[in-house]
Design a protein around this ligand. Structure first.
Ligand SMILES: Nc1nc2c(c(=O)[nH]1)N[C@H]1C(S)=C(S)[C@@H](COP(=O)(O)OP(=O)(O)OC[C@H]3O[C@@H](n4cnc5c(=O)[nH]c(N)nc54)[C@H](O)[C@@H]3O)O[C@H]1N2
Ligand SMILES: Nc1nc2c(c(=O)[nH]1)N[C@H]1C(S)=C(S)[C@@H](COP(=O)(O)OP(=O)(O)OC[C@H]3O[C@@H](n4cnc5c(=O)[nH]c(N)nc54)[C@H](O)[C@@H]3O)O[C@H]1N2
Ligand SMILES: [Mo]
Length: 754
């Protein structure tokens, strides 16, 4: 059986490819940001909006979760932050006329780019069962439909409540409360596909599922590893922090199969220095093979065993001897094969570490989306513990989060496996018994919908059908449900690939005025602060996410003796009062929110490790080299410079030299030659898995300086290639960065197929 990606109008005809850039930022970044902003918002609104990003009394940038820092420049935005804002603050609108003109069947084959470009959703829409059109519906009627369908289920576990990571703390807390009052822990979220592996590994080893460094630690670090991350595109403000660290004398080691522009050189667009050559960032570039990181960190640790911090190890850690024994048996041939690096490179890097008083390791999706991701991240922890690089100034673990409030949503209880302590506190505060058994994560939720055991899907933001793996399986799963509900700002494919009955509930974005007051978010480094939107809402008929949750709760529960939903709807302070009594670290939440505050972090603040052993745990992780069958390549699915996850801003990937197209696959020239392929050839990507092949058609092969044996292509176009059952151990994260594929000359496309 062959699974194929749906045909879509990609508009790739005018594609041009040039050499990749070796620097990021600078004036082109400003120019591109402005161009997008003007196109979406016009000149006046652009000035008004961009000046409020990440300011003390402005709104939190919906772009990424990188912290703001103490000294905010008057234009604390970056190119991609500006694009994220422009997407939301666009003046384009999608109203009832649009849905009258475009049946659902047509929208389902439109490209993600086209869908996103249509503009902001303006009123609640309903697709009745059996119809191919959305029609307007009143808010209360929409809530009645959801309540009716939820009540009709065989039990609460037949519903799935997804969350994407832009939802505010207040909305997230109210949402998980509604879901648990209803009786299920089926709260999958985008984190399941993102940093779940980091959370799993860090909880077990350090006793906290978050990073242990502050922005100041990064500024003070003597050596910074940036592993499996492309900050020039995905966390541009991080480059400013790296630049600052470098000015203070830090060295930077970039570990990546791709020579990403932002890792090599940075021209700060906010400083006059941004005009010149900029700052060279990485002192050392380790061009590693995909999935070679566990071998890398084991090898570095082995080379550094003689310089262990014995005092720290004896006092604060557990399991060192067993780990040391395991390391000493490391097979160098396997290390060199897995990493694709030379022994000399590894030894030189170990000397960098030996010379550094403090080390930070930063990482993102390059480490989290492999089968052995949890073990790899545990190995990063081992490497840092060895020299006492956790819980002191300038040192620690730094998983760099994606969505702007993904970390806060988890803190608020958006989690399918909540701790008993959290459930007890929630139950005590509201006087009910939350469900004790664990719920479904993202992959399990897809299986449950596929198998018919989950029948209602509610999405609090995000684009479930496009963000998830195995597109064909997932699309069929969603279509099988009785009802899908999408609470969204913008149109996306999850509105078109929907349940038999479907609802679109349009909501306010971060940038917009909310009469019920400010909301709060938590950044990647555990700082909580307020966010206040100031723009006029995209339509008078939008409700805030909190209001949607509260009104749905009233339709579902009637007069709820346990939760004052009406109060919550109109006064977010009333929600924060409850949070302050349920979640540790939020004491006096309302008083502290406006100024912002740091959540407690035991490893960072006190060198205390609240794990099962009461110490930081060394762990033994078996090294398995990921060998691909002859003729195959390992594919990673990445973001282009012009996208935000499934939102496609444009068709360029400036830093990688691609213009006006997305169906490309980056391959090492020698790997192309071995396959008798030439730069520019059209190929199909075929992934192989025991249950059958999956095919993504019509990709232009680009000769590119990636590591040998590896290739890269953009998601979501390649999600069809990631099998649903190919997941990371423990975290269950889809293995989006290591898919075994073969390249085949493309089957010519039928020009009429659209
Ligand atoms: N503009 C913009 N900003 C974003 C996003 C966006 O889509 N657009 N998305 C947001 C979200 S949700 C997230 S999670 C983050 C994602 O931020 P990133 O993790 O930077 O995003 P990816 O594009 O997935 O890039 C993965 C990087 O890891 C490298 N890599 C892949 N596999 C391996 C490996 O096995 N080992 C090593 N060492 N490196 C590897 C790739 O070459 C690439 O540089 O960005 C957030 N910010
Ligand atoms: N193959 C592959 N797949 C991946 C990844 C990968 O690297 N490779 N990365 C994974 C990662 S890291 C992540 S985080 C997921 C992302 O998965 P999601 O978070 O589900 O996807 P997004 O594309 O960020 O969601 C975009 C939609 O969110 C809605 N939206 C935007 N802002 C708001 C808001 O303020 N409120 C509400 N209610 N809705 C809003 C808009 O309607 C928009 O269309 O994708 C994952 N999928
Ligand atoms: Mo993410």
């Amino acid at each position: 059986m062959v699974r194929k990606a749906p045909r879509e109008d990609t508009g790739d005809e005018g594609m041009r490819v040039g050499p990749p850039k070796d620097w990021a930022g600078g004036l082109p970044a400003v120019a591109h940001a402005m161009e997008t902003a003007y196109r979406q918002m016009g000149v006046g609104r652009t000035a008004l909006t961009l000046l409020q990003v990440n300011q003390k009394r402005g709104f939190d940038c919906p772009g990424c979760a990188w912290p703001e820092g103490e000294h905010r420049s008057p234009a604390e935005f970056c190119e991609n932050g500006a694009k994220a804002v422009a997407e939301e603050a666009t003046t384009r609108r999608v109203g009832r006329e649009f849905f009258a003109a475009h049946p659902v069947g047509e929208l389902a084959v439109r490209s993600d780019h086209w869908l996103g470009q249509q503009g902001r959703l303006t009123e609640p829409m309903h697709k009745p069962a059996g119809s191919d059109h959305y029609v307007p519906i009143a808010w209360e009627a929409a809530f009645e439909i959801i309540a009716r369908e939820l009540r009709a289920l065989g039990g609460p576990d037949e519903a799935v409540f997804y969350t994407s990571g832009r939802t505010s703390n207040e909305a997230a807390f109210a949402y998980q409360l509604l879901v648990r009052r209803f009786g299920t822990n089926n709260l999958p979220d985008c984190s399941n596909m993102c940093h779940e592996s980091s959370g799993s590994a860090l909880n077990q080893t350090l006793g906290i599922g978050k990073g242990t460094v502050s922005l100041e630690d990064l500024h003070r670090a003597e050596l910074i590893f940036v592993v499996g991350q492309n900050p020039g595109t995905n966390h541009p403000r991080m480059l400013t922090a790296l630049e600052r660290a470098k000015r203070g004398g830090a060295r930077i080691v970039a570990v990546n199969p791709l020579p990403e522009a932002g890792l090599l050189r940075f021209k700060n667009p906010q400083k006059p220095s941004g005009l010149g050559k900029g700052t060279a960032l990485a002192d050392r570039f380790l061009q590693i093979r995909l999935n070679g990181d566990m071998a890398l960190f084991q090898a570095l640790s082995l080379l550094l065993l003689d310089s262990a911090d014995r005092e720290f190890i004896d006092r604060h850690t557990h399991g060192f001897e067993e780990w040391e024994r395991h390391l000493r048996a490391l097979d160098w041939d396997e290390v060199l094969e897995a990493t694709g690096l030379s022994r000399a490179e590894l030894e030189a890097t170990a000397e960098d570490v030996r010379a550094a008083g403090s080390v930070v390791v930063c990482w993102a999706m390059g480490l989290t989306q492999h089968r052995n991701s949890v073990a790899t991240i545990r190995e990063v922890v081992n490497f840092l513990l060895l020299r006492g690089n956790v819980g002191r100034s300038g040192a620690g673990v730094c998983p760099v989060r994606g969505h702007s409030n993904v970390q806060g949503d988890r803190t608020m209880g958006i989690y399918e496996k909540p701790s008993q302590a959290f459930l007890d506190a929630l139950g005590k505060e509201f006087g009910f018994s939350p469900p004790g058994h664990h719920g479904l994560d993202t992959v399990e939720a897809i299986r449950a919908m596929r198998d018919g055991s989950a029948k209602v899907f509610v999405g609090m933001g995000g684009n479930f059908v496009r963000a998830t793996p195995d597109s064909e399986v997932t699309e069929a799963a969603l279509r099988r449900t009785r009802l899908t509900v999408q609470i969204s700002t913008k149109l996306n494919r999850s509105h078109a690939v929907c349940g038999r009955e479907a609802l679109i509930l349009p909501t306010l974005g971060r940038t917009e005025r909310d009469p019920a007051g400010y909301v709060t978010v938590e950044d990647s480094m555990g700082l909580v602060h307020a966010s206040t939107g100031r723009l006029r809402p995209a339509s008078a008929d939008l409700l805030s996410e909190v209001a949607i949750v509260c009104r749905l709760a009233r339709a579902l529960f009637g007069d709820d003796p346990h939760v004052p939903w009406a109060d919550f709807e109109h006064d977010y302070g009333a929600i924060r009062d409850r949070v302050s009594r349920v979640i540790p670290g939020f004491e006096d939440f309302n008083a502290r929110a406006p100024g912002g505050f740091a959540l407690p972090n035991a490893p960072r603040d006190e060198r205390r490790f609240p794990t099962a052993t009461g110490k930081a745990n060394f762990t033994v992780n078996a090294l398995e080299v990921l060998r691909v069958p002859p003729g195959r390549l390992l594919l990673q699915t990445v973001r282009s410079h012009d996208q935000y996850n499934t939102t496609i801003y444009g068709l360029d990937d400036r830093y990688r030299g691609v213009k006006a197209g997305r169906r490309v696959v980056f391959v090492h020239p020698d790997d192309l030659a071995e396959r008798d392929l030439a730069d520019g050839d059209l190929v199909d990507l075929i992934s192989e898995w025991p249950d059958g092949e999956r095919r993504a058609e019509g990709f232009r092969a680009i000769a590119y300086p990636t590591a040998r044996g590896c290739c890269a292509a953009y998601f979501p176009e390649t999600n069809v290639l990631v099998p649903l059952d190919s997941v990371a151990e423990t975290s269950n994260t889809p293995t989006s960065k290591s898919v075994v594929v073969r390249l085949a000359p493309a089957i010519p496309r039928n020009p009429d197929a659209g």
